[in-house]
Each structure stands twice: as C-alpha cells, then as structure tokens.
Design a protein around this ligand. Sequence first.
Ligand code: ACM
Length: 750
Amino acid sequence: MNKLPFVFLFFYNFTFSQVNNSIIPKPTYQKNEKSIFHLSSNTSILYSDELKFESSFLIKTIHQQTGISLKNNLENNNKIILIVDTTSKIEKEAYELKIESNQISIKSSHAHGVFYGIQTLIQMLPLQKSETILLANTTINDKPKFKWRGMHLDVSRHYFTPVEVKKYLDLLAFYKLNTFHWHLTDDQGWRIEIKKYPKLTDIGSKRKGTMVGHYNAQKIDSIAYGSYYSQNDIKEIVEYAKERHITIVPEIEMPGHALAAIAAYPQLSCTGEKLEVGTKWGVFDDVFCPYDSTFTFLENVLDEVISLFPSEYIHIGGDECPKIRWKSSNYCQKLIEKNKLKDEHGLQSYFIQRIEKFVNGKGRKIIGWDEILEGGLAPNAAVMSWQGTSGGIAAAKQKHDVVMSPGSHCYFDHYQGNPEYEPLAIGGHTTYKKVYSFDPIPKELTKDEEKYILGAQGNVWTEYMKTFKHVEYMVLPRIAALSEVVWGTSNPAELKNFESRLLHHFNFYEYYNYNYSKAIFELSTKVSANNTRDGVLFNLQSVEPEIKYTIDGTDPDKNSKVYVSPLNVKNSQTIKAAYFKNGNQKSAILEQKFFVSKSTGKSIQLKNLPHENYATDGPSTLVNGIKGNPEKYGNNWLGFSGKDLEATIDLGKPTDINSVALNFLKSEGSWIYFPTQVEIWDSNDNKNFVDSKNVTRDEVYAYNGVLVINNLNINSRFIKVIAKNNGIIQEGKPGAGSKSWLFVDEIEIH
Ligand code: ACM
C-alpha cells in the first residue's frame, strides 16, 4: 500500500525557508540551529517609538512577500522584537539577529543596525504566499567593514523621475548601501532647482537633441530633452533616503562639465559667449571662469544645496576640466601671477580650495574626483579615485580620506558581458566577477594609511541609458557584488558560493520587477594546448550545469550533446554551445570557429613577450586555432609595443610545409602599424636556421594584413616567424615619436 508521506498530513500551507543560502552581503558571522520559528498571522511585532518606520517597513514587506499580516505591538509568545539598546556595545550600523523557537529579535545600538537586520530577515523570507513560514533558528552578528558604501547616479545625461530615484534607493537599502552620490549637474543638463538662479533650470535643464548610437558615430537627434527636480522633489527624496539610512551626497560639477550652467548664465565662462546646453557626450572646453562673480554664483548655489542636503560631504566634481580657456584668458593669467600659482593646474587647485573654504565654513566637507589632486589638494578634501586607484593612494598617503571607484572595477556603465549580446555601452568590460574581486584597500598603503579609505562606490554614467529600466539592467547584479565588497565579506576564493546566492537573488529582482543582466549565464571559454593528442582542447564553463553543444553548425537545443569535458578540436570546425537549465536555453549561443593547421596546439616560444595589456593567453594564442577578430582587437591578438615578433614553433617532427599564413592589424589612429618586413626561417635542430622567405612591407600592405606565404617546399621541424615592428612612428603619422604597436594573430602552417 502506498503510504502518504508525513508532510502531506499538514493541513495548512507552509513554506520552509532556507536561511543560509541567500543573504547578500554575506553576514560576518552566522550560526544555524536545528529548531524552527513559525512565522504566521499569529506572530506579533514589538518595537519602540524610534523604530516606527523600520517596523512598518518590515510589516509591509512581510505582507508583500508572503501575504502574512503581523499583529502590531501586541505581547505574544510568538513574536518579532526590534530593539535599540543605546547601552549596548553594538556599533551603529551593526546588528544582532536571533531567530529562536518563540521569537525573532533584531538588536542594535541605533536604528541603522536594526534596519540592516530587517533587510537580512527579508532576504530569508520566501517569495510566495503562505500561511506559515518555517524559519530555521540562527544567530547572526553582522557589521560592515567600510563607512562609505556607495552608488552614484548621473541624472544629467538622462533624467529619471523621483519615483525611479526612490526605486534606486530601494536597491541600495536592500544591499545595505548607505551613500547615494547624486550627480545633478553636467554639460548636458542642470537638474536641480536653484531659487536664486531660475535660468539654471529654465534654460540649463533643456537640450535640443541627444546623441544616438555610439559617440564614435557622432549622430545627434533633434528631439528636445529636459527636466529637473524641484526643491520639493529633492526634500521628499532626501527624506525617503533618510528613512532608509542612506545619505545623499549631491554633486554640483565645477570648474568643468559646466556647459548647462554657462548656457543659462554666459557670464560664468571666460569668453562670455552665448552657448547651448550640450547635446554631445564628452568633455567641453568652456568651463567656469574663476571670476569673483563666478564664486559668488557658486556660493549662492551651494547655499541652497547645503540647506537641502544634510550630508557631511558635498561633491564638487573637479574632473575633466580642460585648461584651454584659462590659458587664453588675461584675467586667469593675471590671477595665476597675482597668487603665484604655478600654472593652470595651480589655478584648478586655487578654485577648489576657495570653494572648500566656503563649504567648510558651512560646517561641511568637500569630496571631488581625483583631478582635485592637480596642483595640490585642498586641506580638508576627500578624494574619489576614478582613474584607477593611484589618485586614492596618493591622497591616502597625504592623509586625506578616499573613496575608491576605479573605472576598472566600479564603472557600471561598462559592458558586463560579451558586447555582442549586450545593449550599447560606452565600452570596457566590468563583469560581476571583476566587481566581486575588488579590494578597496590598495596593497601600496601601510596599515596606518589604510584608515583613510572610507570605502568604495559603483558609478552609473547614463549617456547610454535612456530609461530607468536600462539603469536597473546595468546595476543588477553588479550592485550585489559591490555590496559584499564594501560590507567586507567578499572572498574571491568563495566566488561559487556568492554566485549561488546571487542566482537566488534573481528571484527578488523578478518579484520586484527589476530588469537585470543575465550575463552570468554566458559561457566562458579557454583553449589549451594538447600535448598528447593533435589539435587543442576547448574548455567551456557555465555558472552551473549544463552545457549543450554541436559541431555541425546547427544551433544547440535541449537534445544536443551534453558537454562533460574539454573537447579535442583536431579539424577546422565551428562549435556552438549554450547553457541550459531544465531543458530551457539560458545563455546566448556561443559560436566558435576553429582553423586547424599543422601548427595548431604545437609548442611555441617567443623571443619578446607581448605587452601585458594585450597578452591574451600568452604565446599559445598564436597557435590556438582561433583567429583574432579585427573589430575587437583586445581579444585573441598579441600586441607588441615597439618590439618585433619572433616566434619559433616546434612541429614535433620534420614536416612537409607548403605555406605559412598570419594576420596583422592596422589601426593607425590607435598607433597600431603593419610590420616593415616578415621573415620565415626553418631548422631541424632549433639552432641552425635557414632563411626560407622574406616578405617586404609593400607586400604586407598589398595583402592588407592577411598574409599567406606560399610555395615554401620545406621539410623541417622548427619554423621561425619574424615580423619587424614599425618602430618609432614617423612624423605626420598618428602617434609620431612614440613606439608603434604590432598586433599579430594565428600563425597557420599548411
Ligand atoms: C568621471 O568619470 N569623469 C569622474
């Protein structure tokens, strides 16, 4: 007789929540117990007055996610208690969460910590309607490592409504981030109402058109674009953030990126010329002129900004300020002389220091992009390091506070997956793995200097993000990786564990209707030489099983072969593969063409190493059976700076050789030039080489870089290929006086 499993005897609907699996950022300490707490409409919630918002937030979220309504402020033997204990030693943003059989308690010395405990509890709850939720008992003691856990949003290039900005803040709260850097002004639009200067929004918030496509295409539409936040909008958003323990740091850009303000008030620039709000992206020459009247204007603007935003820091920009107008301005040159400044960089420093004095006088501090180091740092300024980490390192060594947001790891406007499958972005490649691997504390700092690193921040420049849905896509899931970095619990050795929690978080994104990137499902590939068999080994990886593939050119489907181990590629063929889950294709189809020849997978030695930025997989890149794509020369090419290619391939035994083919790139704008000569040599002992063929520069140009050297009629074991670098770039050519790059790929031998 079939026995009904015990579980079916429950007459109510319940959901068992897997406590351990999903919290991001991962708590600093967690210990699980066997017993269970029953969360249901019998559960009451107790809290003190200062936790009114926090408790209502929890009540609302539990109801939204599970349908359960808690009993409000009623003593009960099944309860959630929220406690602020000002006498406790728990730090302001730290908390203790205890799930016991008859109660859940969240305790901190401040409401901040209690709010983070609530976020943790929310992440433990299932996302389905249920009468009772069974929560395994656990103890969590948690606290953040960094004080500045930030996200930035540029609302100048594209504007997002107050409702959307709040949805952004919800994400920050969910991931326990505490700083929202709001980039409110730039060349393409001034977005904050300033009562004293109405033209800033009447004129400065509007532009006549917007770039379409990539910047390189230089196309602009003629659709009027513009909007701004009223001071009432701002007050409401600041309050919304405050409830969620998020500080908003407003950014008013100066002295550069000021075109929108100059369009409104032309007297702010050195030329006084009437200009229009920017329609192109990029950097503009017209910047604030350091007249006394400009400072008065900026101080009046900052007065209103300071009264709206209670933040300790005011961001004053400071980045990308061309000096050309200051160079040709008599006024600026006299100012430099009068103040004994070194040059225009000294003037930039003078500008920032004068603003700092004003802001400090109001009891606030300034923070600026790392260019504020130019010409000397203002005495109390904090630095936001974006051009790598070197600005941050220099500032910390000068005992200034630093927020790390290097382009390499923290720019969420970069591609996060293979550009072929991603919406248009500015460029770059910053995957969630890269973000996760970031350590805000550079190795160059001493223990004492480390304390100046306040934390890190993800930056979202919106040139290529017209809609908030697109912003969500660029932020998710990289924000999750960043949250763990700044909470201090990321651990690159535990990437798999992070990924499994991240996949669970996708359920939250779907439940709350956030758009997110699924680049995590993309296949990654690696080609390795194969010493025991011919050809190469093609290694495929997905975030979890399983991968299906084909070798006949057809698209893989759920019935295709399952990938179990690296594929031995012995013949020219195209492999197509994708990641499948439960029979459904989850990733885009990866298509890899292989060109197999006598050199494929053979041992290869290089006399000169390629430059580290263009080393791909090292020397074997030239014989891996994959040809570099001339459109994307970061990938699969070897790049030599000023050096020749000198490669020796060992075919293993004397071999009949008729032809050698190889590819070169030319992109003179990027200082990449064809070689001036190509030589083929052969040998049977790897010592005495015979000169088999020389190809001149003209022939290389005639082949347009796709060089095939025929009729060799050699029988040899070792083939040496030399390609002479163009050397120092000739006058009149792009990069004149600098070393040429030589880009090479795939040496095929037939
Ligand atoms: C910046 O990305 N210009 C700070």
